[in-house]
Design a protein. Sequence first.
Lengths: 249, 236
Amino acid sequence: MSKLLKYEIRKTWALKLIILGVTAVAELAFLITLFLDQKNHGFIGLSCMLLFFIAMGGTILIGVQSVLTLHRDMNTKQGYMLYMTPRNSFQILGAKLLENGLSLALAGGFFFLLGLLDVTLLFSKLGTLEELWQFFQDFVRMINDQIQLNARSILCLVVEMLASWLATVSIAFLADIVSSALLNGKRMNGFLAFLFFILLTILLGWIQNQFRTGMSIEAILLVRAGIALLYSAVMYVVSAWVMDRYLSV
Amino acid sequence: MITSNNLTKKFRTKTAVDGVSLTLSPGHVYAMLGPNGSGKTTWMKMAAALMKPTSGEVLYEGKPVGVESRRHVAYMSTEPYFYSWMSVKDVGDYYGDFFEDFSATKYKSLLKEMELEGAMKTRTLSSGMMAKLKIAVTMARDAQVYMLDEPFNGIDLLARDEIRHCILREASESKVLLLSSHLVEEMEAVCDTAVFIKQGKLIEVRNLEEMREADHVSMADRYREIYGHTEVSYNE
Protein backbone atom coordinates (compact mmCIF):
# COMPACT_ATOMS: atom_id res chain seq x y z
CA MET A 1 0.00 0.00 0.00
CA SER A 2 3.00 2.32 0.45
CA LYS A 3 3.29 2.78 -3.32
CA LEU A 4 -0.37 3.67 -3.62
CA LEU A 5 0.07 6.08 -0.73
CA LYS A 6 3.08 7.66 -2.45
CA TYR A 7 1.00 8.47 -5.54
CA GLU A 8 -1.98 9.68 -3.51
CA ILE A 9 0.36 12.16 -1.79
CA ARG A 10 1.77 13.18 -5.18
CA LYS A 11 -1.75 13.78 -6.57
CA THR A 12 -2.64 16.19 -3.77
CA TRP A 13 0.54 18.02 -2.87
CA ALA A 14 -0.03 21.04 -5.14
CA LEU A 15 -2.97 22.22 -3.01
CA LYS A 16 -0.98 21.67 0.16
CA LEU A 17 1.85 23.81 -1.16
CA ILE A 18 -0.65 26.55 -1.97
CA ILE A 19 -2.13 26.36 1.55
CA LEU A 20 1.37 26.48 3.01
CA GLY A 21 2.24 29.50 0.84
CA VAL A 22 -0.92 31.40 1.81
CA THR A 23 -0.32 30.56 5.48
CA ALA A 24 3.25 31.85 5.23
CA VAL A 25 2.04 35.15 3.77
CA ALA A 26 -0.61 35.56 6.50
CA GLU A 27 1.87 34.62 9.22
CA LEU A 28 4.35 37.16 7.88
CA ALA A 29 1.63 39.83 7.93
CA PHE A 30 0.83 38.90 11.53
CA LEU A 31 4.48 39.04 12.62
CA ILE A 32 5.11 42.35 10.85
CA THR A 33 2.03 43.88 12.48
CA LEU A 34 2.97 42.47 15.86
CA PHE A 35 6.59 43.59 15.86
CA LEU A 36 6.41 46.83 13.89
CA ASP A 37 2.97 48.19 14.57
CA GLN A 38 2.04 47.04 18.08
CA LYS A 39 -0.40 49.86 18.67
CA ASN A 40 -2.59 48.90 15.77
CA HIS A 41 -4.76 46.33 17.54
CA GLY A 42 -7.24 46.29 14.68
CA PHE A 43 -4.62 44.93 12.26
CA ILE A 44 -3.37 42.40 14.79
CA GLY A 45 -6.91 41.10 15.31
CA LEU A 46 -7.47 41.02 11.58
CA SER A 47 -4.31 39.00 10.88
CA CYS A 48 -5.24 36.59 13.71
CA MET A 49 -8.67 36.11 12.14
CA LEU A 50 -7.08 35.62 8.73
CA LEU A 51 -4.77 32.92 10.09
CA PHE A 52 -7.67 31.20 11.79
CA PHE A 53 -9.76 31.13 8.63
CA ILE A 54 -6.80 29.89 6.56
CA ALA A 55 -6.33 27.06 9.07
CA MET A 56 -10.02 26.12 8.96
CA GLY A 57 -10.36 26.62 5.21
CA GLY A 58 -7.12 24.77 4.45
CA THR A 59 -8.19 21.77 6.51
CA ILE A 60 -11.61 21.71 4.86
CA LEU A 61 -10.03 22.02 1.39
CA ILE A 62 -7.72 19.06 2.04
CA GLY A 63 -10.79 16.90 2.67
CA VAL A 64 -12.73 18.29 -0.30
CA GLN A 65 -9.78 17.72 -2.63
CA SER A 66 -9.54 14.13 -1.47
CA VAL A 67 -13.18 13.52 -2.43
CA LEU A 68 -12.67 15.23 -5.81
CA THR A 69 -9.59 13.09 -6.52
CA LEU A 70 -11.54 9.92 -5.77
CA HIS A 71 -14.36 11.16 -8.03
CA ARG A 72 -11.89 11.76 -10.89
CA ASP A 73 -10.32 8.35 -10.35
CA MET A 74 -13.71 6.68 -10.73
CA ASN A 75 -15.18 8.76 -13.51
CA THR A 76 -12.36 9.72 -15.89
CA LYS A 77 -9.87 7.74 -17.94
CA GLN A 78 -7.10 8.47 -15.43
CA GLY A 79 -8.85 5.89 -13.24
CA TYR A 80 -7.28 3.19 -15.45
CA MET A 81 -3.93 4.10 -13.91
CA LEU A 82 -5.26 3.04 -10.55
CA TYR A 83 -7.62 0.19 -11.33
CA MET A 84 -5.39 -1.65 -13.79
CA THR A 85 -2.75 -2.12 -11.10
CA PRO A 86 -2.77 -5.42 -9.21
CA ARG A 87 -4.23 -3.79 -6.10
CA ASN A 88 -7.67 -4.46 -4.63
CA SER A 89 -10.30 -1.89 -3.69
CA PHE A 90 -9.48 -2.13 0.02
CA GLN A 91 -5.87 -1.17 -0.70
CA ILE A 92 -6.81 1.56 -3.18
CA LEU A 93 -9.37 3.17 -0.89
CA GLY A 94 -7.23 2.52 2.18
CA ALA A 95 -4.39 4.53 0.64
CA LYS A 96 -6.76 7.38 -0.12
CA LEU A 97 -8.25 7.47 3.35
CA LEU A 98 -4.85 7.09 5.00
CA GLU A 99 -3.44 9.93 2.91
CA ASN A 100 -6.36 12.12 3.90
CA GLY A 101 -6.15 11.15 7.58
CA LEU A 102 -2.39 11.83 7.66
CA SER A 103 -2.81 15.12 5.81
CA LEU A 104 -5.54 16.25 8.21
CA ALA A 105 -3.48 15.21 11.22
CA LEU A 106 -0.39 16.99 9.89
CA ALA A 107 -2.37 20.09 8.93
CA GLY A 108 -4.14 20.08 12.30
CA GLY A 109 -0.88 19.62 14.18
CA PHE A 110 0.83 22.30 12.13
CA PHE A 111 -1.94 24.87 12.59
CA PHE A 112 -2.31 24.02 16.29
CA LEU A 113 1.41 24.56 16.92
CA LEU A 114 1.43 27.70 14.81
CA GLY A 115 -1.59 29.00 16.72
CA LEU A 116 0.08 28.20 20.03
CA LEU A 117 3.24 29.97 18.94
CA ASP A 118 1.35 33.02 17.69
CA VAL A 119 -0.77 33.29 20.86
CA THR A 120 2.37 32.98 23.01
CA LEU A 121 4.03 35.73 20.97
CA LEU A 122 0.93 37.82 21.19
CA PHE A 123 0.74 37.67 24.98
CA SER A 124 4.45 38.15 25.42
CA LYS A 125 4.11 41.38 23.45
CA LEU A 126 0.68 42.53 24.58
CA GLY A 127 0.29 40.58 27.84
CA THR A 128 -1.90 43.09 29.63
CA LEU A 129 -4.45 43.46 26.96
CA GLU A 130 -7.67 42.24 28.56
CA GLU A 131 -9.76 42.86 25.48
CA LEU A 132 -7.66 40.55 23.36
CA TRP A 133 -7.89 37.79 25.93
CA GLN A 134 -11.64 38.21 26.06
CA PHE A 135 -11.76 38.15 22.27
CA PHE A 136 -10.02 34.78 22.16
CA GLN A 137 -12.24 33.35 24.87
CA ASP A 138 -15.36 34.46 23.04
CA PHE A 139 -14.03 33.09 19.83
CA VAL A 140 -13.34 29.62 21.24
CA ARG A 141 -16.72 29.61 22.99
CA MET A 142 -18.33 30.35 19.67
CA ILE A 143 -17.13 26.89 18.58
CA ASN A 144 -17.94 25.15 21.85
CA ASP A 145 -19.52 26.98 24.80
CA GLN A 146 -18.12 24.63 27.47
CA ILE A 147 -14.52 24.78 26.39
CA GLN A 148 -11.90 26.48 28.53
CA LEU A 149 -9.16 28.49 26.93
CA ASN A 150 -6.23 26.24 27.74
CA ALA A 151 -3.95 24.18 25.52
CA ARG A 152 -5.35 20.79 26.63
CA SER A 153 -8.97 21.71 25.93
CA ILE A 154 -8.09 23.25 22.61
CA LEU A 155 -6.03 20.22 21.63
CA CYS A 156 -9.03 17.96 22.42
CA LEU A 157 -11.24 20.24 20.35
CA VAL A 158 -8.81 20.14 17.42
CA VAL A 159 -8.62 16.32 17.61
CA GLU A 160 -12.44 16.07 17.71
CA MET A 161 -12.86 18.46 14.79
CA LEU A 162 -10.27 16.64 12.67
CA ALA A 163 -11.71 13.19 13.43
CA SER A 164 -15.24 14.41 12.65
CA TRP A 165 -14.01 15.96 9.43
CA LEU A 166 -12.28 12.69 8.47
CA ALA A 167 -15.57 10.88 9.13
CA THR A 168 -17.38 13.40 6.92
CA VAL A 169 -14.83 12.81 4.15
CA SER A 170 -15.26 9.03 4.48
CA ILE A 171 -19.05 9.46 4.25
CA ALA A 172 -18.50 11.54 1.09
CA PHE A 173 -16.28 8.73 -0.25
CA LEU A 174 -19.08 6.21 0.27
CA ALA A 175 -21.73 8.49 -1.26
CA ASP A 176 -19.51 9.11 -4.29
CA ILE A 177 -18.73 5.40 -4.71
CA VAL A 178 -22.43 4.51 -4.45
CA SER A 179 -23.14 7.21 -7.05
CA SER A 180 -20.43 5.97 -9.45
CA ALA A 181 -20.89 2.23 -8.93
CA LEU A 182 -24.56 1.64 -8.17
CA LEU A 183 -26.45 4.70 -9.39
CA ASN A 184 -24.36 5.43 -12.49
CA GLY A 185 -26.59 6.35 -15.41
CA LYS A 186 -29.72 6.43 -13.24
CA ARG A 187 -32.04 9.40 -12.96
CA MET A 188 -31.41 11.76 -10.00
CA ASN A 189 -28.10 10.01 -9.32
CA GLY A 190 -26.44 13.12 -7.84
CA PHE A 191 -29.43 14.06 -5.71
CA LEU A 192 -29.77 10.54 -4.29
CA ALA A 193 -26.05 10.38 -3.49
CA PHE A 194 -26.27 13.78 -1.76
CA LEU A 195 -29.31 12.64 0.24
CA PHE A 196 -27.41 9.50 1.25
CA PHE A 197 -24.48 11.68 2.37
CA ILE A 198 -26.77 13.93 4.44
CA LEU A 199 -28.48 10.94 6.12
CA LEU A 200 -25.18 9.31 7.05
CA THR A 201 -23.84 12.64 8.37
CA ILE A 202 -26.96 13.12 10.51
CA LEU A 203 -26.56 9.57 11.82
CA LEU A 204 -22.95 10.31 12.83
CA GLY A 205 -24.04 13.48 14.62
CA TRP A 206 -26.83 11.61 16.40
CA ILE A 207 -24.47 8.87 17.62
CA GLN A 208 -21.92 11.45 18.79
CA ASN A 209 -24.59 13.39 20.66
CA GLN A 210 -25.52 10.37 22.76
CA PHE A 211 -22.41 11.08 24.86
CA ARG A 212 -22.95 14.61 26.13
CA THR A 213 -23.22 14.31 29.91
CA GLY A 214 -21.48 12.79 32.90
CA MET A 215 -17.97 13.51 31.64
CA SER A 216 -15.58 16.41 31.45
CA ILE A 217 -15.64 18.41 28.24
CA GLU A 218 -12.23 16.99 27.26
CA ALA A 219 -13.51 13.42 27.74
CA ILE A 220 -16.65 14.16 25.72
CA LEU A 221 -14.55 15.57 22.89
CA LEU A 222 -12.26 12.53 22.86
CA VAL A 223 -15.23 10.12 22.89
CA ARG A 224 -16.74 12.04 19.98
CA ALA A 225 -13.39 11.78 18.15
CA GLY A 226 -13.26 8.03 18.85
CA ILE A 227 -16.79 7.56 17.50
CA ALA A 228 -15.87 9.55 14.38
CA LEU A 229 -12.80 7.38 13.77
CA LEU A 230 -14.83 4.20 14.25
CA TYR A 231 -17.49 5.54 11.91
CA SER A 232 -14.77 6.30 9.33
CA ALA A 233 -13.56 2.70 9.58
CA VAL A 234 -17.10 1.37 8.97
CA MET A 235 -17.56 3.72 6.01
CA TYR A 236 -14.21 2.54 4.62
CA VAL A 237 -15.11 -1.16 4.79
CA VAL A 238 -18.55 -0.63 3.20
CA SER A 239 -17.09 1.69 0.51
CA ALA A 240 -14.31 -0.73 -0.45
CA TRP A 241 -16.79 -3.63 -0.59
CA VAL A 242 -19.15 -1.70 -2.91
CA MET A 243 -16.19 -0.61 -5.04
CA ASP A 244 -14.85 -4.14 -5.28
CA ARG A 245 -18.17 -5.69 -6.31
CA TYR A 246 -19.81 -3.05 -8.47
CA LEU A 247 -17.44 -0.35 -9.74
CA SER A 248 -16.67 -0.21 -13.46
CA VAL A 249 -14.26 2.43 -14.72
CA MET B 1 -5.41 -18.56 -21.61
CA ILE B 2 -8.18 -15.97 -21.53
CA THR B 3 -11.78 -17.02 -21.98
CA SER B 4 -15.10 -15.25 -21.86
CA ASN B 5 -18.21 -17.34 -21.23
CA ASN B 6 -21.54 -15.94 -22.35
CA LEU B 7 -20.26 -12.48 -21.47
CA THR B 8 -22.85 -9.70 -21.49
CA LYS B 9 -22.64 -6.02 -20.65
CA LYS B 10 -25.75 -3.90 -20.71
CA PHE B 11 -25.86 -0.15 -20.29
CA ARG B 12 -29.07 1.78 -19.72
CA THR B 13 -30.56 1.43 -23.16
CA LYS B 14 -27.93 -0.57 -24.97
CA THR B 15 -26.42 -4.04 -24.86
CA ALA B 16 -22.75 -3.39 -25.62
CA VAL B 17 -21.60 -7.01 -25.40
CA ASP B 18 -24.18 -9.72 -25.93
CA GLY B 19 -23.37 -13.26 -24.79
CA VAL B 20 -19.83 -13.41 -26.18
CA SER B 21 -18.05 -16.73 -25.63
CA LEU B 22 -14.47 -16.52 -26.82
CA THR B 23 -11.14 -18.14 -26.05
CA LEU B 24 -7.79 -16.51 -26.80
CA SER B 25 -4.90 -18.97 -26.87
CA PRO B 26 -1.14 -18.36 -26.50
CA GLY B 27 0.98 -18.04 -29.61
CA HIS B 28 -1.56 -15.99 -31.55
CA VAL B 29 -1.94 -12.36 -32.52
CA TYR B 30 -5.65 -11.60 -32.65
CA ALA B 31 -7.36 -8.75 -34.46
CA MET B 32 -10.63 -7.76 -32.83
CA LEU B 33 -12.66 -6.16 -35.57
CA GLY B 34 -15.93 -4.32 -35.80
CA PRO B 35 -17.26 -0.84 -36.44
CA ASN B 36 -17.63 1.79 -33.71
CA GLY B 37 -19.96 0.66 -30.95
CA SER B 38 -19.66 -3.02 -31.78
CA GLY B 39 -18.44 -3.88 -28.27
CA LYS B 40 -14.67 -4.35 -28.78
CA THR B 41 -13.57 -1.88 -26.12
CA THR B 42 -16.21 -3.05 -23.64
CA TRP B 43 -15.08 -6.67 -24.07
CA MET B 44 -11.44 -5.67 -23.53
CA LYS B 45 -12.25 -3.60 -20.46
CA MET B 46 -14.08 -6.54 -18.92
CA ALA B 47 -11.17 -8.83 -19.77
CA ALA B 48 -8.81 -6.31 -18.14
CA ALA B 49 -11.00 -6.42 -15.01
CA LEU B 50 -11.76 -2.71 -15.30
CA MET B 51 -15.44 -3.21 -15.98
CA LYS B 52 -17.89 -5.57 -14.31
CA PRO B 53 -20.05 -7.70 -16.63
CA THR B 54 -23.83 -7.71 -16.34
CA SER B 55 -23.70 -11.48 -16.69
CA GLY B 56 -21.25 -14.15 -17.75
CA GLU B 57 -17.60 -14.27 -16.82
CA VAL B 58 -14.05 -13.75 -18.05
CA LEU B 59 -11.44 -16.26 -16.92
CA TYR B 60 -7.67 -15.97 -16.99
CA GLU B 61 -5.97 -19.35 -16.61
CA GLY B 62 -9.30 -20.74 -15.39
CA LYS B 63 -9.88 -18.14 -12.68
CA PRO B 64 -12.12 -15.05 -12.83
CA VAL B 65 -10.18 -11.94 -13.84
CA GLY B 66 -9.37 -9.50 -11.05
CA VAL B 67 -6.41 -8.32 -9.02
CA GLU B 68 -4.34 -11.45 -9.76
CA SER B 69 -4.91 -11.43 -13.52
CA ARG B 70 -3.83 -7.76 -13.69
CA ARG B 71 -0.31 -8.95 -12.87
CA HIS B 72 -0.23 -10.83 -16.18
CA VAL B 73 -2.57 -8.93 -18.47
CA ALA B 74 -1.37 -5.66 -19.99
CA TYR B 75 -4.18 -3.45 -21.22
CA MET B 76 -3.72 -0.31 -23.28
CA SER B 77 -6.72 1.94 -23.59
CA THR B 78 -7.32 3.92 -26.75
CA GLU B 79 -7.75 7.15 -24.76
CA PRO B 80 -4.84 8.81 -22.94
CA TYR B 81 -5.05 7.88 -19.27
CA PHE B 82 -1.84 9.08 -17.63
CA TYR B 83 -2.04 11.60 -14.79
CA SER B 84 -1.57 15.09 -16.20
CA TRP B 85 1.27 15.91 -13.79
CA MET B 86 3.36 13.00 -15.06
CA SER B 87 6.42 13.20 -17.25
CA VAL B 88 7.38 10.36 -19.60
CA LYS B 89 9.84 9.19 -16.94
CA ASP B 90 7.15 9.32 -14.23
CA VAL B 91 4.97 7.01 -16.33
CA GLY B 92 7.78 4.42 -16.41
CA ASP B 93 8.41 4.81 -12.68
CA TYR B 94 4.71 4.29 -12.00
CA TYR B 95 4.59 1.06 -14.02
CA GLY B 96 7.83 -0.05 -12.37
CA ASP B 97 6.27 0.49 -8.95
CA PHE B 98 3.20 -1.61 -9.67
CA PHE B 99 4.12 -4.27 -12.23
CA GLU B 100 6.79 -6.84 -11.42
CA ASP B 101 7.11 -7.72 -15.11
CA PHE B 102 7.98 -4.13 -16.09
CA SER B 103 11.51 -3.58 -17.40
CA ALA B 104 12.92 -0.07 -16.99
CA THR B 105 15.74 -0.93 -19.39
CA LYS B 106 13.32 -2.04 -22.08
CA TYR B 107 11.23 1.07 -21.48
CA LYS B 108 14.25 3.33 -21.96
CA SER B 109 15.19 1.51 -25.13
CA LEU B 110 11.63 1.79 -26.49
CA LEU B 111 11.55 5.50 -25.65
CA LYS B 112 14.77 6.00 -27.56
CA GLU B 113 13.41 4.05 -30.50
CA MET B 114 10.26 6.15 -30.49
CA GLU B 115 12.17 9.41 -30.00
CA LEU B 116 10.56 10.28 -26.68
CA GLU B 117 12.42 12.08 -23.90
CA GLY B 118 11.98 11.22 -20.22
CA ALA B 119 11.54 14.86 -19.26
CA MET B 120 8.60 15.45 -21.62
CA LYS B 121 5.33 16.19 -19.83
CA THR B 122 2.50 13.88 -20.87
CA ARG B 123 0.05 16.77 -21.04
CA THR B 124 2.12 18.41 -23.77
CA LEU B 125 2.47 15.33 -26.00
CA SER B 126 0.84 15.26 -29.43
CA SER B 127 -1.61 12.43 -30.13
CA GLY B 128 1.06 10.54 -32.08
CA MET B 129 3.61 10.87 -29.29
CA MET B 130 1.00 9.84 -26.74
CA ALA B 131 0.18 6.74 -28.81
CA LYS B 132 3.88 5.84 -28.88
CA LEU B 133 4.23 6.40 -25.14
CA LYS B 134 1.25 4.16 -24.41
CA ILE B 135 2.74 1.42 -26.57
CA ALA B 136 6.23 1.83 -25.06
CA VAL B 137 5.07 1.57 -21.46
CA THR B 138 2.68 -1.31 -22.17
CA MET B 139 5.16 -3.32 -24.22
CA ALA B 140 7.92 -2.74 -21.65
CA ARG B 141 6.01 -5.24 -19.53
CA ASP B 142 6.71 -8.93 -19.95
CA ALA B 143 2.99 -9.77 -19.73
CA GLN B 144 1.31 -12.99 -20.80
CA VAL B 145 -1.59 -11.19 -22.46
CA TYR B 146 -1.42 -7.83 -24.23
CA MET B 147 -4.67 -6.12 -25.13
CA LEU B 148 -4.16 -3.01 -27.23
CA ASP B 149 -7.23 -0.97 -28.02
CA GLU B 150 -6.80 0.98 -31.26
CA PRO B 151 -2.99 1.19 -31.13
CA PHE B 152 -2.82 2.82 -34.58
CA ASN B 153 -5.45 5.46 -33.91
CA GLY B 154 -4.70 9.00 -35.10
CA ILE B 155 -1.05 8.52 -35.94
CA ASP B 156 0.97 8.85 -39.10
CA LEU B 157 2.35 6.07 -41.28
CA LEU B 158 5.90 6.13 -39.91
CA ALA B 159 4.73 6.04 -36.32
CA ARG B 160 2.41 3.16 -37.23
CA ASP B 161 5.39 1.28 -38.64
CA GLU B 162 7.33 1.78 -35.40
CA ILE B 163 4.39 0.60 -33.34
CA ARG B 164 3.81 -2.41 -35.59
CA HIS B 165 7.44 -3.49 -35.25
CA CYS B 166 7.29 -3.05 -31.52
CA ILE B 167 4.15 -5.19 -31.22
CA LEU B 168 5.46 -7.93 -33.51
CA ARG B 169 8.67 -8.25 -31.50
CA GLU B 170 6.60 -9.34 -28.51
CA ALA B 171 4.70 -12.06 -30.31
CA SER B 172 5.75 -15.47 -29.00
CA GLU B 173 4.45 -18.98 -28.44
CA SER B 174 3.63 -18.26 -24.82
CA LYS B 175 1.81 -14.96 -25.24
CA VAL B 176 -1.53 -13.67 -26.42
CA LEU B 177 -1.71 -10.40 -28.33
CA LEU B 178 -5.10 -8.86 -28.98
CA LEU B 179 -5.41 -5.70 -31.05
CA SER B 180 -8.45 -3.75 -32.05
CA SER B 181 -8.44 -1.30 -34.90
CA HIS B 182 -10.47 0.19 -37.69
CA LEU B 183 -7.41 0.03 -39.95
CA VAL B 184 -8.12 -3.46 -41.26
CA GLU B 185 -5.35 -3.57 -43.86
CA GLU B 186 -2.85 -2.49 -41.21
CA MET B 187 -4.01 -5.28 -38.92
CA GLU B 188 -3.73 -7.93 -41.61
CA ALA B 189 0.05 -7.49 -41.64
CA VAL B 190 0.28 -8.01 -37.89
CA CYS B 191 -2.37 -10.56 -36.89
CA ASP B 192 -2.92 -14.24 -37.58
CA THR B 193 -6.48 -14.58 -36.29
CA ALA B 194 -9.50 -12.32 -36.71
CA VAL B 195 -12.33 -11.92 -34.21
CA PHE B 196 -15.37 -10.32 -35.83
CA ILE B 197 -17.84 -8.61 -33.52
CA LYS B 198 -21.05 -6.98 -34.67
CA GLN B 199 -23.58 -5.17 -32.46
CA GLY B 200 -22.13 -6.80 -29.38
CA LYS B 201 -22.33 -10.34 -30.73
CA LEU B 202 -19.45 -12.54 -31.75
CA ILE B 203 -19.81 -13.31 -35.45
CA GLU B 204 -16.82 -15.59 -35.98
CA VAL B 205 -13.18 -16.24 -35.12
CA ARG B 206 -11.08 -17.04 -38.20
CA ASN B 207 -7.50 -18.00 -38.75
CA LEU B 208 -6.38 -15.65 -41.53
CA GLU B 209 -4.20 -18.17 -43.35
CA GLU B 210 -6.98 -20.74 -43.39
CA MET B 211 -9.46 -18.12 -44.49
CA ARG B 212 -7.26 -17.08 -47.40
CA GLU B 213 -6.74 -20.70 -48.47
CA ALA B 214 -10.28 -21.98 -47.97
CA ASP B 215 -12.39 -18.98 -48.91
CA HIS B 216 -9.84 -17.01 -50.93
CA VAL B 217 -10.68 -13.83 -49.11
CA SER B 218 -8.55 -11.43 -47.15
CA MET B 219 -9.44 -10.10 -43.72
CA ALA B 220 -10.50 -6.84 -45.34
CA ASP B 221 -12.77 -8.68 -47.78
CA ARG B 222 -14.37 -10.63 -44.95
CA TYR B 223 -14.80 -7.39 -43.00
CA ARG B 224 -16.68 -5.91 -45.95
CA GLU B 225 -18.85 -9.02 -46.20
CA ILE B 226 -19.82 -8.88 -42.56
CA TYR B 227 -20.20 -5.15 -41.99
CA GLY B 228 -20.66 -3.64 -45.44
CA HIS B 229 -22.87 -4.12 -48.42
CA THR B 230 -20.15 -5.13 -50.92
CA GLU B 231 -20.39 -8.57 -52.49
CA VAL B 232 -17.00 -10.24 -52.64
CA SER B 233 -16.06 -11.95 -55.89
CA TYR B 234 -14.31 -15.22 -55.18
CA ASN B 235 -11.39 -16.35 -57.31
CA GLU B 236 -12.80 -19.82 -57.70
